[in-house]
Design a binder for this molecule. Sequence first.
Ligand SMILES: Cc1cc2nc3c(=O)[nH]c(=O)nc-3n(C[C@H](O)[C@H](O)[C@H](O)COP(=O)(O)O)c2cc1C
Length: 226
Amino acid sequence: MALQILGIGCSPRSNSNSKAMLEYSLARAAELYGPELDCNMIDLRDYHIEHCHGCGACGKTAVTGEYIDCMIHDEAKDIFEMMIEADGIVVSSPVRMGMVSDHFAKFMMRTRVLRNQDFRLANKPVGVLSVSRRRAGGCEPAIIQAWLPFIRHGCLPVGGGGKASLFGGIGWASNRNHVLTDKDGLEMGVNTVLRVVEIARLLKAGKETLNYQSKMKFCYMQGSRI
Ligand SMILES: Cc1cc2nc3c(=O)[nH]c(=O)nc-3n(C[C@H](O)[C@H](O)[C@H](O)COP(=O)(O)O)c2cc1C
């Protein structure tokens, strides 16, 4: 079965730079790997996603460990399924006020249920692409911010691996699709996707060889103040 890579666009804009960079980078990787790689991409702006209400109901029962779903019935769950299925994830966000996009943050709060269900995203490599208008407008802090919830999920953040892509893909652009003329930025985007693919391949081979099941178990008590 082909390796599945899921791209998640996080801009509120249509035809956004971050989406264009993600599309380009995934397409380039697909070209290089051929049928061995199956890249899909979604845009958070196309989904109806509500804020996490912080009700604390989701996760699993304390006694039997039975999984309890999120109480909100919207389209976030469609994306959860795609993330669980994927062998690797690539996120692409604009920089907004020096941070990762609010679309990303709002969605990631909702993924807490997957962590509380024994880390259902554990051991997936994650790469991040980011686009800012200013040359030093905040791409690196935004990339690091995006890593944090994935680290909480037990995912494995990767950088770009190549000579220019220390932390991920960094695009420099203003108007829609402007990033497509940022040759260096696109190269960093491609390098980051290729790094996710490389790690995903190794992990998949390792899991198959070892017949590996994740040992990460969620516990409400560890580190909590009661
Ligand atoms: C609310 C808002 C905040 C922004 N903050 C920053 C910023 O902190 N640094 C920066 O360089 N660009 C900033 N920008 C510009 C965007 O990062 C830039 O236009 C980028 O190309 C948008 O990507 P997108 O098309 O994927 O949304 C901001 C834009 C908006 C609308």
